[in-house]
Design a protein around this ligand. Structure first.
Ligand SMILES: NC(=O)c1ccc[n+]([C@@H]2O[C@H](COP(=O)([O-])OP(=O)(O)OC[C@H]3O[C@@H](n4cnc5c(N)ncnc54)[C@H](OP(=O)(O)O)[C@@H]3O)[C@@H](O)[C@H]2O)c1
Length: 239
């Protein structure tokens, strides 16, 4: 049984990951801004016989994320897995100049990830073990129009996580999971009408979020000496 912290657990992939890992007997600590959603999810987990804590956090706030990790260690004595999952995707072409949305993607998808590493790494080093899981994207492997900034943040997430893998001492495992199109609320943040219309077609075929949860479960379920570094999971029909 591991203590697993998940950012962005209030919907989509984070929620599915919490449900699956709790079902598999792990203790999950649920982080996001929408605390009502987290409380309802924790109740669902408890009713099914699992255990979960709720922690309200904004990943753009470094102190919030540090508090998330510290509180888990205080309550459970250790932090085994940190899933850096929170992300936003308000797509648009660069010439739309929706610069505030660019900033938000950088703040959540890049700074939020760095805050997670800063929060988890001291505990992992003290313990001599730990597993950091980053949710990147197939957008960390290719760029498409309207997704320049989003893909930029996901290339960055993948690069930073690979750097963490190379620098981390033995005992610390590091995994990047790159989902293809997956059913979630991610596209709801798109305000640009052109990007929104394009996404309707692009997202017509989706994976259930539990398909990504299963990949995360596979990575953390390996024996200690086995480090699954990268997993890409697409719907069969996605090119
Ligand atoms: N779905 C896909 O097709 C797909 C494909 C590739 C990669 N991904 C990646 O998978 C991850 C999960 O996304 P999803 O698809 O499950 O989307 P989602 O349903 O929109 O979930 C995103 C989660 O991130 C949280 N979040 C957003 N901003 C936050 C902040 N400032 N602080 C804390 N939490 C924040 C949200 O919680 P609150 O709003 O409650 O804070 C929510 O729980 C993201 O990193 C995304 O880029 C998704």
């Amino acid at each position: 049984m591991k203590t697993v912290l998940i950012t962005g657990a209030s919907s989509g992939i984070g929620r599915a990951t919490a449900l699956r890992l709790a079902r598999e007997g792990h203790h999950v600590v649920l982080g996001a801004r929408r605390e009502d959603r987290l409380t309802a999810l924790a109740k669902e987990i408890h009713d099914a016989g699992g255990t979960a804590d709720v922690y309200r956090l904004d990943v753009t706030d470094r102190a919030d994320v540090a508090g998330f990790a510290d509180a888990a260690v205080e309550a459970h004595g250790r932090l085994d897995v940190f899933v850096a999952n929170a992300g936003v995707m308000p797509l648009s072409r660069l010439d739309s100049l929706l610069v505030d949305e660019w900033d938000r993607m950088i703040d959540v998808n890049v700074r939020g990830l760095l805050h997670g590493i800063a929060a988890a790494l001291p505990h992992f080093r003290r313990q001599g073990s730990g597993h950091f899981v980053t949710l990147a994207s197939t957008g960390a492997h290719e760029v498409v129009p309207t997704a320049a900034v989003y893909c930029g943040t996901k290339y960055a997430a993948r690069a930073i996580t690979e750097g963490l893998r190379q620098e981390a001492e033995p005992g610390i495992r590091v995994t990047t999971v790159s989902p293809g199109v997956t059913e979630s609320e991610l596209a709801d943040s798109i305000t640009d009408p052109g990007a929104k219309a394009a996404m309707a077609g692009y997202r017509a075929v989706t994976l259930p979020p539990d398909a990504i949860a299963a990949a995360i479960s596979y990575a953390i379920g390996q024996p200690e000496g086995v480090d699954v570094n990268e997993i890409v999971v697409r719907p069969t029909a996605q090119r």
